[in-house]
Design a protein around this ligand. Sequence first.
Ligand SMILES: Nc1ncnc2c1ncn2[C@@H]1O[C@H](COP(=O)(O)OP(=O)(O)O)[C@@H](O)[C@H]1O
Ligand SMILES: [Mg+2]
Length: 580
Amino acid sequence: MKVFRTLKKYLWRYKWYFVAGFFMLLLVDGFQLVIPRITKAAIDALSYGTADSALLMKYAGFILLLATGVGGTRFFWRYWIIGASRKIEFDLRNRFYYTLLSQSVGYFNKTKVGDLMALATNDLDAVRMMAGIAIVASFDAFFMLTASLVMLALLNWKLTIWVLIPAPFLSLIIMKFGKQLHDRFEQVQASFASLTDKAQETYSGIRVIKAYVQEVPEFADFRVRNRDYMDKNMRLVKIWGMFDPLIGFVIGICFGLVLLLGGDRVILAKMSMGDFVAFSAYLGIAIWPMIAIGWITNLYQRGKASMGRLNVVFEQTPEIREIEKPVVLDPLKGDIEFKNLDFSYDEDAEPVLKNISLKIPAGNTVAIVGRTGSGKSTLLKIMLRLFDVPDGTLFIDGHDIRTLALEPFRRQVGMVPQETFLFSETVIENIKFGAPDATDDDAIRCAKIAQIYDNVIEFPEGFSTMVGERGVSLSGGQKQRIAIARALLMKPKLLILDDAFSAVDTETEEKILQGLAEFMADTTNIIVSHRISTVKNADKIFVIDDGYIAEEGTHDELLELGGIYADIDRRQKLEKMLND
Ligand SMILES: Nc1ncnc2c1ncn2[C@@H]1O[C@H](COP(=O)(O)OP(=O)(O)O)[C@@H](O)[C@H]1O
Ligand SMILES: [Mg+2]
């Protein structure tokens, strides 16, 4: 069973819990099997008139003792085996999270959050049930069925055969319904994933929904999905609903047969009253395993399907991997070269970057300008190897980027992405995100360079103010400046700013750039911007257009050239004049 390979390791890890649990379970079963025997002896003594109060006292005492034993041992098997299944769930959940964390960025572009949530909730639950209660139940069912059948046969084997005639129908019902139950359960899960997807998107997009007055249509969409979820659940319930009465019907036939045939034997004095009562009791015990088989089949099928889905994630290898003996660049110089690079996000898609060749010498500050969608952000992302490029097209300090050790390399790069992301933590924790060991003084110094210090000290709790959902709402420009401070604190050898000033006013931007010029004098800086004022002092400016490098040179050279750059410059000057 390939699906269960993953699980085997964990079952083995907690084997002693299972061994101890099974031992306790055997005790419970043993006690339970003895109780009808005592009842039988008591009833026989009563009907033959040999019973006195001392004897009854003794029997009652036994039963009480056994019942106590059943209670105590039941606690322990549950504690150990259910406990082990919870531990397995814990391990699997950690592994699930860690596997996701190790995936490349591309993986999350392709995977829906709702699907991942369903895996982490429903599927993990199903596996836990299988690893715990289903294993116990199959062990228990097998043992109890065998033992109670032996007991029944010992009491009256002919009657045993009679009452067992309806039993195959139990299995038949279960087999027929098991598949249906399983299929419908799958549909319920799929529907739930779509529902959570919707809810999540609503919560994160609530501002847009409000601004565009889309509450009603959003709710309508949610209702449709919620109704689908309910309908799917109702279909499941319908099957469950038919399942129980059918089982009850077959069980009723079994007991009817005992009453009819066994009662006859009692009347004819072929069977004692005690035997009759004990027989009924053992039949009761034998029925549960037969039902359990169906139930176990279900748990097992669900667990198997869920385990299969989880395995897909577990076996997912990150797209971006290091080579056998990667080159450790420590320290990184910051020399970058692109050689005839073509890049596309999807193999069959049109390339986003085409025939890019450029050199950025260590310590230089270069700027990249170009229209939205021309490929600027993509160019920066591949420099961090968030996506893979063809061999021999991108070199860092003279080494192909695909041969580098990723962690030490990325640690020396400070990247402020175009979409700023802050965590629901304090301001200082957000600044220290990439360098948790940095001192507060250092963090504050970086905040000053990023021109966010004056804002932060006006927050209710200064640098300890929470940001995000649980704290202050920051403006786009404030977020961007915190993100810049975060990148600076890493003391990067290569600083990449992807349109990091888009929400910052020109005056503040000027100050930040001045601070950077000092603080980042020795590092390689790459600045993407759509503002000429931001880029004009760069050592070199590259103009990207539709994935190509259209122009390159210094500010003056590009103005001289009279191309795209000169055109942008002219328009921005005009805008400024109109605004002033
Ligand atoms: N993760 C992605 N998957 C597929 N295509 C993408 C992805 N990110 C960007 N693109 C596409 O690549 C092109 C360049 O985008 P981008 O590099 O973000 O441009 P810019 O930063 O210059 O605005 C666009 O056509 C965009 O749709
Ligand atoms: Mg961009």
